[in-house]
Structures are given as C-alpha cells and as structure tokens.
Design a protein around this ligand. Structure first.
Ligand SMILES: Nc1ncnc2c1ncn2[C@@H]1O[C@H](COP(=O)(O)OP(=O)(O)OP(=O)(O)O)[C@@H](O)[C@H]1O
Ligand SMILES: [Mg+2]
Length: 256
C-alpha cells in the first residue's frame, strides 16, 4: 500500500484476528476490509462480542492482527501510534481521581513532555465546554462532564484519527443526546477522522457519514450505509422519515 493510498485515514484489507488461549480459540474478525477517509465520521454497530473493540484495538496497535494489512494515514499502526496520529476514547472516561480537570487534560502533554501540547490544554477545556471547571475533581463532575474531560484530553495532541469505543454508553439519554451534538461540533472544528463504536442505531445515524454493520462473531462487514443528511445536524433529524427508514433498515440488519 504505497503513496497513492495516503489519502485514507484508516485502511484495512482482509484483516483477521484470532485469540488463542490455552484451551480456546476465538475467531473475532474474519476478513474485514474497510476504508475511512481523512475527516470522515464512520460508526460501527454490531451484536455484543462480534469484534468491534478488537477491530479498534488492532487499528490502534493495542493488538496485532492475525492476518491482513492495516494502514493509518498510510503508516503501519505501530508507527501511527508512535507518532501520536491516533487517539482513543473508551466507554469509561478513566480519569485520575486525585487530579483536577486541568491536570487530567494535561496528562498526555506531561507524558510526552511536549510544550506545544501543554499550550493547548486551556483551549481544549474550553472547546468541550468545561471552562470554569479547570480546578474541579472528577467526583465533582457529572458523567457527561467526565466524558468531556476524556475527549479534551485526547484532543490536546490533535490526533488525525480518533477511535471512540462506546464513549457515551454510560450516560443517560438526555445527556447522551447533548454529547452527540457537542461531539459533532468538536469534530467539525478539529477535522479528525472518527471511527465510533456504538450500540445505538440512532446515535450512529445522527453522527455519521457512514454506518458500518458487523455480523455476529466472527465479525464480518454485512452493510455499509451512506448517511447523507446535511450538516450541521440537530436532534430534530431523528424524526425525519428518511432517518426513521434508515433506522429500520439497520435494525433489520442487526436482527437478521
Ligand atoms: N484479549 C482477548 N483474549 C481472548 N479473547 C478475546 C480477547 N479480546 C476479545 N476476545 C474475544 O473476542 C470476541 C470479540 O470481542 P470484542 O470485545 O471485540 O467484541 P465487541 O463487539 O466489542 O463486543 P461488545 O459490543 O460487547 O463490546 C469475544 O468473543 C471476546 O471474548
Ligand atoms: Mg466492545
């Protein structure tokens, strides 16, 4: 995969992942091919245990694939991670309880010893709408605010590719809907490509340029739906008949 393919933020070609332990062999991914453009927002849905997190982990170099090729901005996952081109947000915001908002957001900057990243801490806190809470501790924040801290933290190093694994899974529905609109605003300001895993069909549709559907394990891609609604998108879109029709199609894919 040479220079001509550098335009893809993420490219997977026939990726397989098999987990082998002493007494079991689990085939998690069975030939995944997927291309995500720079700046594109792609959601992935699929039944529990189908391999979504595994896919994210091989893209982010937290696991190695058993077979197949992966490129992130034209580079091997290991190089992309080393160059900090990829950021992660997990379901659990994993904040340090003894550090304030500002100190949590500063953490990667401190780890990397990068003054430029440190310089962006205040700006990112502002971008996620937490100005005024710099000195609060995680226990003093709502779940949605904690998610914002995790998002601000990953944005400090301006990853061109953002991998988000059910980041709003623990939030109540109203907070979650607010966070979705907020994430769209942030995404449009940063221009990162986002691969977003969710169990919510409506969340996937509201956010994404494309929704990719995975089959039950071993995970294969069974649908790749373009979602062409104009942006910026608002919550009212959920009531649009075309939105409702797409929701029904995706639901049938998941059930079938
Ligand atoms: N480190 C591991 N060792 C062994 N098996 C694993 C490991 N990680 C994942 N698996 C297995 O791979 C399969 C896919 O798991 P994965 O976490 O990718 O699913 P998922 O689609 O993210 O599910 P969920 O929607 O519940 O988060 C499961 O059967 C799981 O048990
Ligand atoms: Mg998962």
């Amino acid at each position: 995969m040479g220079d001509t393919r550098r335009q893809w933020a993420i490219e997977l070609r026939d990726v397989h992942k098999v987990f082998v332990t002493d007494n079991s062999r689990v085939e998690a991914l069975a030939g995944i091919s997927l291309r995500i453009q720079r700046g594109e927002f792609v959601s992935m849905i699929g039944p529990s245990g189908c391999g979504k997190t595994s896919l994210m982990r091989v893209v982010g170099d937290l696991e190695t694939p058993s077979a197949g090729a992966i490129r992130v901005l034209g580079k091997m996952p290991e190089a992309a991670r080393r160059e900090r081109l990829v950021g992660f947000v997990f379901q659990n915001p994993s904040l340090l309880a003894w550090r304030t908002v500002k100190e949590n957001v500063r953490l990667p900057a401190e780890v990397f010893g990068d003054a430029e990243v440190v310089g962006r801490v205040a700006e990112m806190i502002d971008m996620v709408g937490l100005a005024g809470f710099e000195h609060a501790y995680p226990r003093e924040l709502s779940g949605g605010m904690q998610s914002r801290v995790a998002i601000a933290r990953v944005l400090t190093f301006r990853p061109a590719v953002l991998l988000m694994d059910e980041p709003f899974g623990a939030l109540d529905e109203i907070t979650r809907e607010k966070m979705q609109i907020e994430l769209l605003r942030i995404w449009q300001a940063t221009g990162s490509a986002i691969l977003f895993i969710t169990h919510s069909i409506s969340e996937a549709l509201l956010l994404s340029d494309r929704v990719v559907v995975m089959s039950a394990r071993p995970g294969r891609i069974v649908d790749d739906l373009a979602v062409g609604f104009p942006r910026p998108r608002e919550n009212a879109l959920r009531a649009d008949p075309r939105f409702v029709a797409m929701e029904a199609r995706l639901r049938a894919q998941l059930e079938g």
